[in-house]
Ligand binder design. Structure first.
Ligand code: DOR
Length: 442
């Protein structure tokens, strides 16, 4: 009797734990069941992936989908449509919604809203505050929670833990890795006049290198004191990378495609407040240092920090304009383009977008293309030349800083637990995203 699968992907170039080469993939009950020559096997569905690469599903561990409270910018349905159209199979969503996700009830509310509406698998961060610090050990164990997020500097929303005693209190409650927005609130307040005195070119002057470095230095010391692992989000400076290289035992590192692609002053000349985000896009010296850190292995993951605001909001005069730009749909295209330009290998791209998320967040059963893991695949045409068109974007905000950019390399398909949810720019079926599970909270 020939082996039988629910789905076989034939004639692909498969990027798995074993390397990159020709293979078929068999899927059964939502999991990868076989990788190899399946020429004699049967299947309910067959996908011919000739000329295409099949990668482990891309995981975006930093997105803001704005629901509840700011659905005019984005919601869980539109944000997750953007994700799967960009080849992303799972997202971790941030807690700076309205209300902030600081309680079990708020987390439960997000999970209920996601059920039957989100297109990709998902988990939600719980936001740290002075009020919930004592509860975080319990909150981080709840199903569907990707961990705790702490804002050390004010950004969009009202989550803030700025002083050392409270940062330490947060770090002492719980065991899982804590995700950190590292900007020093006191320095931001002292220097706010610099923002008020000029246009958007002042953004990286106000929120300068020292603002980021001070917060990262403080949180590393406090994490060591608390014996707690941290994940420093969207690192933007050469100085922080040099520091983080000496703390690899307790700290993991994220960079964003925006910080790897754009540089000041050009981005502010071209895009004005549309290039405004926290921490800011800085000059080319820092962008070069971020690439050095990618090559050196200091960077663990790439997250998009998808942070949509409407064009009307972004067009307000600086500094009333909100910080943040969309990115979940352009994360993989930009990285494929950087790969084709020779800035990173396909193996490193996969490490940054799947394997490392599995490793550092302890995701259960995802993040590897291997037998027994969820059949989450991102199918790409590595050589396709195309242009990012605003009409292709699904985010409710309707714009991208990368619209009009020529790209080599395109997501062709998104397969989640064996179900095709996107093929050639078209959504397939109904939204059936599920909560991601974590090893430390099984
Ligand atoms: O630019 C940013 N926008 N940085 C953040 O930390 C928050 C985000 C948002 O939610 O708009």
């Amino acid at each position: 009797m020939p082996a039988s699968y629910d789905l076989i992907i034939r004639n692909a170039t498969v990027a798995s734990h074993a390397g990159i080469g020709p293979a078929d993939i068999g899927v059964k009950d939502g999991r990868t069941a076989a990788i190899g020559d399946l020429a004699t096997a049967d299947a309910g569905e067959v996908i011919d992936a000739s000329g295409l690469h099949v990668l482990p599903g891309v995981i975006d561990s930093q997105v803001h989908f704005r629901e509840p409270g700011a659905e005019h910018k984005e919601d869980l349905a539109t944000g997750s449509q953007a994700a799967v159209l960009g080849g992303v199979t799972a997202v971790f969503e941030m807690p700076n919604t309205r209300p902030s996700t600081t309680t079990a009830e708020a987390l439960e509310d997000k999970l209920k809203r996601a059920a039957g509406r989100m297109w990709c698998d998902h988990a939600f961060y719980v936001g740290a505050s002075a009020e919930n610090a004592q509860d975080l050990a319990d909150l981080e164990q709840l199903p569907g929670c990707s961990g705790v997020k702490m804002f050390m500097g004010s950004s969009t929303g009202d989550l803030l833990v700025w002083d050392d005693p409270t940062v330490l209190e947060v770090l002492k409650h719980g065991r899982r890795r804590v995700a950190i927005h590292a900007e020093d609130e006191e320095r931001l307040k002292q220097r706010k006049h610099l923002a008020d005195e000029g246009g958007v070119h002042q953004h990286p002057v106000w929120r300068d290198e020292e603002t980021a470095l001070r917060a990262t230095t403080r949180v590393l010391k406090l994490a060591r004191e608390a014996g707690r692992r941290i994940h420093v989000l969207h690192v933007t400076t050469a100085e922080e990378m040099a520091l983080l290289a000496n703390h690899r035992d307790i700290a993991t590192v994220e960079v964003t495609p925006q910080h790897l692609t754009l540089a000041a002053p050009d981005c502010y000349d071209r895009l004005g407040t549309y290039a405004q985000m926290n921490p800011p896009i800085r000059e080319a010296r820092h962008r070069a240092a971020l690439w050095d850190a990618v090559r050196a292995g200091i960077v663990d993951v790439i997250g998009s920090d998808h942070a949509p605001h409407t064009a009307e909001e972004k067009a307000k005069p600086y500094p009333q304009s909100p910080s943040g730009m969309p990115g979940v749909q352009t994360l993989l295209p930009l990285l494929l383009d950087h790969m084709n330009a020779g800035r990173l290998s396909l193996e490193r791209l996969i490490d940054l977008t799947s394997t490392s998320a599995q490793r550092i967040f302890g995701i259960a059963g995802k993040g590897r293309l291997a037998v027994g893991y969820d059949a989450d695949f991102t199918v790409v045409d590595l050589r396709k030349s195309w242009q990012i068109d605003e009409k292709w974007l699904a985010s409710r905000c309707g714009w991208s800083p990368f619209a009009g950019q020529d790209i080599v390399g395109k997501p062709i398909g998104t397969i989640i637990r064996g179900q095709r949810v996107m093929w050639e720019d078209t959504l397939i079926g109904a939204p059936s995203g599920q909560p991601v599970r974590f090893q430390e909270a099984l």
